[in-house]
Design a protein. Structure first.
Length: 309
C-alpha cells in the first residue's frame, strides 16, 4: 500500500547552485512536472520518503511525502546532502580565482557540485550490485529491487519506489539477476547500516584512512569501492580520490607532458582546499565530455564510473 503524508521545507543555498544543472549531469531521478523526485530509505531506517524538489529563483523548495515529524526533517536533510547543499559552498568560487583552470570549469558547468548517493548504505549496495555489470544493468536491478521490496510512496497520483531499507534487504534471499554471492554481500552491507557502520555523519567524522579501512572490511568492498562509498556516499568535501581519471584530466587541462603521479596530483590539489573533491568532480565531468580516444577508452570503461542513480 502506498504511503501518503506531506511536509514542506525551503532553503537558500549558500553559494551558487542550479538544480537543473545538477540533474542534467548526475540525473537518473524521475521527474514530476517541473520537479525532481528522490525516493529513498531514511537513515535511521524507520521509514522511507519521496522528496519532491524544485528551485524557485534562489531557493530550493521541497515536499517530503511518506514521512512525518523528525523523519521528514531527516529526509529533507538527506536530500540536501545528496545535492551537496548541506555544505556552505561560498568559498568554492575563491578556489576558481586561485586556479584559473578550476575557474573556467566552474563557469562552464555553472558551479556544479558533487551529487551523492542517497546514503552510504545505498552507495555500498549500488557498488556491490554493479560489480562486473554495466551502469544500465545496475540501475535496472536497483529499480526493480525497489519495486519488489522497497517502500511505495504516493505523490500526486503517482507512485515512487525507494530502494529496500536494510531490514527489507535482509529479507531478500534471492533476486533475479543478482548472484548469490552478491546477495550475501548485500546482507553484510545491510547489517553494517543497521549497526551504524555506514552512517553518513559517522563516516564524515572519522579520519579518512580509518574510514576507508573500516569500509574495506565489508565483504566485497575493495579499495575502489571503499573510496566510492566514502566520497560519493558519505560525501567528503576536502579529499582527493586515488583514481585513473583525475591524473588524466590534470595532464590535459594543465598541459603537462606526462600523466602526473599521486604525489603530483596531491600537490596540484593543494590550491583547491578546502574543496578538493568538488574541484576533482569538475575535472572528471570535463574529461568525460571528451572523445574516448582522448580519455583512454580502456581506462574509463570500468575503473571510475559516475554515480549511478
Amino acid at each position: 500500500m502506498a504511503i501518503a503524508s506531506i511536509a514542506r521545507f525551503e532553503l537558500r543555498p549558500q553559494g551558487p547552485f542550479e538544480l537543473e544543472t545538477q540533474v542534467a549531469h548526475f540525473g537518473g531521478w524521475p521527474r514530476l512536472g517541473d520537479a525532481t523526485v528522490m525516493a529513498f530509505p531514511i537513515e535511521g531506517w524507520e521509514t522511507s520518503a519521496a522528496v519532491v524538489l524544485r528551485q524557485r529563483s534562489n531557493r530550493i523548495q521541497a515536499e517530503v511525502h511518506g514521512a512525518r515529524g523528525e523523519s521528514a526533517e531527516r529526509a529533507w536533510e538527506q536530500a540536501l546532502a545528496t545535492l551537496s547543499l548541506d555544505v556552505d559552498g561560498r568559498g568554492f568560487q575563491e578556489v576558481g580565482r586561485r586556479d584559473p583552470v578550476i575557474g573556467r570549469l566552474q563557469a562552464a558547468y555553472h558551479n556544479l557540485r558533487p551529487v551523492l548517493f542517497h546514503s552510504p548504505y545505498e552507495a555500498a549496495c549500488a557498488f556491490l550490485i554493479g560489480h562486473r555489470i554495466t551502469i544500465q544493468q545496475t540501475r535496472r536491478l536497483r529499480q526493480t529491487m525497489g519495486e519488489k521490496a522497497g517502500a511505495a510512496i504516493a505523490v500526486d497520483g503517482s507512485t515512487f519506489f525507494a530502494f529496500p531499507d536494510p531490514r527489507a534487504l535482509l529479507e531478500l534471499h534471492s533476486f533475479p539477476g543478482v548472484a548469490p554471492v552478491k546477495i550475501e554481500r548485500l546482507h553484510a552491507a545491510a547489517r553494517a547500516a543497521l549497526d551504524g557502520t555506514l552512517d553518513r555523519a559517522r563516516l564524515r567524522a572519522l579520519p579518512e584512512a580509518e574510514a576507508l579501512e573500516q569500509l574495506r572490511a565489508l565483504p566485497g568492498i575493495g579499495e575502489f569501492f571503499a573510496q566510492g562509498i566514502l566520497m560519493r556516499g558519505a560525501g567528503l568535501v576536502d579529499a582527493v580520490t586515488d583514481d585513473d581519471l583525475t591524473p588524466r584530466a590534470i595532464q590535459l587541462l594543465y598541459k603537462l607532458r606526462e600523466r602526473p603521479d599521486r604525489a603530483t596530483v596531491l600537490n596540484r590539489a593543494e590550491a583547491w582546499r578546502p574543496f578538493r573533491m568538488w574541484a576533482a568532480v569538475l575535472l572528471n565531468v570535463w574529461l568525460r565530455s571528451q572523445p574516448a580516444d582522448v580519455v583512454g577508452r580502456r581506462r574509463i570503461r570500468d575503473r571510475a564510473k559516475p554515480p549511478s542513480r
